[in-house]
Design a protein around this ligand. Sequence first.
Ligand SMILES: CC(=O)N[C@H]1[C@@H](OP(=O)(O)OP(=O)(O)OC[C@H]2O[C@@H](n3ccc(=O)[nH]c3=O)[C@H](O)[C@@H]2O)O[C@H](CO)[C@@H](O)[C@@H]1O[C@H](C)C(=O)N[C@@H](C)C(=O)N[C@H](CCC(=O)O)C(=O)O
Ligand SMILES: Nc1ncnc2c1ncn2[C@@H]1O[C@H](COP(=O)(O)OP(=O)(O)OP(=O)(O)O)[C@@H](O)[C@H]1O
Length: 520
Amino acid sequence: MTSPLGRLRPEHPPVRRVDDLAAAFDLEVAGAAAPGRTFTGVTMSSTDVEPGDLFVAVPGLKVHGARFAADAAARGAVAVLTDADGADLVPADVPVLLTPDPRALAGPVAAWALDDPGARLVTLGVTGTNGKTTTTYFVDAALRAHHARTAVLGTVELRIGDDAVESPRTTVEAPVLQSLLALAHQRGAGALTTEVSSHALALGRVRGLRFDVVGFTNLQRDHLDFHGDMEGYFRDKARLFAPEQARRGVVVVDDDWGRRLADESPIPVETVSTHVGAPQAADATWAVTEADIGLDGVGSRFVLRGPDGARHEAHSPLPGLVNVSNAALAVVLARAAGVPLDTAIDAVAGARAIPGRMERVVERGDGWPLCLVDYAHTPDALVLALEAVRPITPGRLVLVFGSDGDRDRGKRPIMGQVGARLADVLVVTDENPRSEDPASIRAAILAGVRDVRPDLADVHEATSRAQAIRDALRLAGPDDTVIVTGKGHEPTQEIAGVFHRYNDRDVYLAARTEGREQLA
Ligand SMILES: CC(=O)N[C@H]1[C@@H](OP(=O)(O)OP(=O)(O)OC[C@H]2O[C@@H](n3ccc(=O)[nH]c3=O)[C@H](O)[C@@H]2O)O[C@H](CO)[C@@H](O)[C@@H]1O[C@H](C)C(=O)N[C@@H](C)C(=O)N[C@H](CCC(=O)O)C(=O)O
Ligand SMILES: Nc1ncnc2c1ncn2[C@@H]1O[C@H](COP(=O)(O)OP(=O)(O)OP(=O)(O)O)[C@@H](O)[C@H]1O
């Protein structure tokens, strides 16, 4: 992708005085005097500093950002906001604003500097372990049907209207979020939706923005290295449902965590039950009361019962029951954000493909199998993905997969077992080996495959991911489905510390352009 969003900053930002900032946030000014000094931007990373910026130096998990204050000043930073430890590291000629917790203040200060851009458009945030990306794209589809232009931020990309850049992470740092809100407003967007990761909530990346509506998908075991235990993980997620962070919320109550969040939420919430026949459906504000998985592979039909008891026919445009959950949540979120219900239902039904999320890259026909890309990179997600694809596969299900290096080793044989149990033909290959030996990762996966399929029938191994996809296409017939999982939209593959440009979708498309006879 090129960079049509430029520097991710608004044009002609307001000019702010450093001493006005100090007065507004009751900050002590140390170091060099600041009278008359002005700033026009805020950043937390010295490498992103532009002339005229305020540099927010936070105590990091690895290093104190103030170590880079001299670098920031050399690039044109006019003042530094930091804590007492950081202040000692700032060059004497640079004004310092002191706060005990600079990370917590980064968002509010950036919002103040840009005249609170979040208040000028409708804002939505989606959190939860799984389904954030999918739900934000469904919500965005509904918002697009109601606003002339929208923005969507998350793991896949940072998009305003039709301009997009690759995203550095699921939720950008607080000053970047505020800049994007201002830029989106400047470019005529009426609404912005962002994924909100648990890391973002723990590290204050959405502070300073009060969302109009926030949503919760589900909570499953993940990221416990960072949050400590499930209780800590839940507490961090629940921060999004605080009065200073959001006006109202929508919570999927399919799991115990969602029910607890709805019970304890200090902001008003609507609840959504998405499992047909679940006991909580009776008390939920909204409930999915019927769901038929579409056998055409295009998605599912479902019925959403509203708070007044009315039944609404709706559709999820992606396969699998999880996407009925995501679509139901998206419809209710969009309605809470002001989109008429019927408009939201129609727009979600027609949502366009989400990069790397059950993405149909090549349609079945002309001798080609149906070719999909999905981001499933955990055993649970792989089960869901393969179960969703089975009903739309008249022939054999061909799976191309691997597992990440330098990450959870325990899941590798489990991924192998899942693949061997639920797919017919396996091509085991590499994901992002990072610093590990790719062959030993594949061997760990194959050990799991062997537990289920000791003779390794229809099991193949490929040392290059692109070759693995081509092998799968060669093995697949027109009634088969090929699904490549694990990397989704990712534009690179990390091998031995080097990021190589690589994308699963591109490999499918290149093969189709070359023609089936060239696949050998
Ligand atoms: C665990 C975690 O989230 N760490 C975040 C944290 O890093 P840190 O505290 O270790 O920062 P540090 O490296 O010690 O540096 C301290 C400060 O010095 C600054 N610095 C550093 C070097 C330099 O040259 N100049 C400079 O100014 C840094 O910008 C930082 O502000 O603060 C940094 C900046 O504030 C973040 O960039 C960094 O995110 C890292 C890159 C990251 O990968 N985070 C992942 C885990 C993450 O946030 N993931 C979630 C999604 C999770 C999911 O659902 O899958 C996400 O939202 O993407
Ligand atoms: N509602 C859901 N419940 C459980 N699993 C889901 C749900 N929605 C999607 N998934 C599975 O999780 C995987 C990731 O989906 P998605 O990218 O939408 O989630 P995410 O929360 O954005 O995750 P990530 O932050 O890793 O991108 C998909 O491959 C899908 O198989």
